[in-house]
Design a protein. Sequence first.
Length: 160
Amino acid sequence: MAVKEQDAGRSIVNSVVSPAADYEVDFFEWTQSTAELIRQGRLAEVDLEHLAEEIESMGKRDRREVQSRLIVLLTHLLKWEFQPEMRKTSWRSTIREQRKQVRLVVGDSPSLGRLPREDLPALFRSAVEDAIEETGLDANHFPSSCPYTPDQVLDSDFLP
């Protein structure tokens, strides 16, 4: 909610926090209202349950982003290695871009840097499925476990 005031003939809009901003009715308004309540130290009025959910969701979103980018990266490394006759500059660009984006997210959230080591086997299985679909090659054409180390996957100079 905003209140207009007159100041020397000018209209000024002052922000008034609506403690009743409903998470279910207007999410954007809820975020703005909640942020202002926190800034004002009015913590007793903050919808803590939904705030906790949103904070947790933000962390999950970043984790999914790193995982998704690693799958795309692994898929392109597999295509690069196992379909050399089809190599394209766009594959190399995709590899470079995915590595860059993983570095950016991990730069903001360093604890996500452990994902390549922890999740590589599961992510590799997804990447193989994608590589099979994209290349038309048989599943037996690809290794059953990841042939690349986490360091190689993220190394800007590594190509299999």
